[in-house]
Design a protein around this ligand. Sequence first.
Ligand code: GSH
Length: 231
Amino acid sequence: MTALPTLYSFRRCPYAMRARLALAVSGQACELREVVLKNKPQGLLLASPKGTVPVLVLPSGQVLEQSLEIMRWALAQHDPGGWLTPSQGNLQDMLALIAECDGPFKQALDRCKYPSRYPDADISVERARAVAWLSALEARFSPDQPFLFGTHAALADMAIAPFVRQFAGIDADWWAAQPWPRLQAWLAQWQASDLLASVMHKLPAWVDGTEGVLFPHAVESTDGIPDQGSA
Ligand SMILES: N[C@@H](CCC(=O)N[C@@H](CS)C(=O)NCC(=O)O)C(=O)O
């Protein structure tokens, strides 16, 4: 698999999930190396000393070490679903919404999901922040616009859904009770999608010096959707 890009990934990481979704939809084959974050392989740290996943090492040696960079690179190769060209708004608009997700929403998500890691945080304030942002997402949808930027799923949907899923998973009953029917339907549809299932295979941890596995996988995942992952 030497001519393929190498993807360092972690199954449950929402950033790695969004990268795998874009690589899968673009049909871009890679050698996937599953990383255990508590025991990062040397190969990852040599390629990208900051040690986060996902990381994509191209055959040229170029290293893409941000999930969004990987998504955009994959879609620049092939974008059969028009993820870069939503029916409403444009790429810059999608990147602006993704930045809100990766910044303030992710911050609130972490504090609500792992309160013991943030003893100084006021969880009710953080939850209110997250609720305000999720309510704004709900307001984007309409019967003719079931996706964040129009009539078809695009970059923003795929980049943001893994994080909304994590928030929904903190308390499924609470999530189901929120007045967000379109957001709930959007998330449920994404969670049930074949595309998501196709990037959620359980894989053994990659060991330095060995070969990873070919991604996208030839066989559909039967593992289902995992428990709510760490981030
Ligand atoms: N900005 C990065 C964030 C990636 C990130 O933070 N990934 C987490 C896992 S979900 C990670 O690798 N953390 C390093 C660690 O836990 O040691 C991206 O978009 O790729």
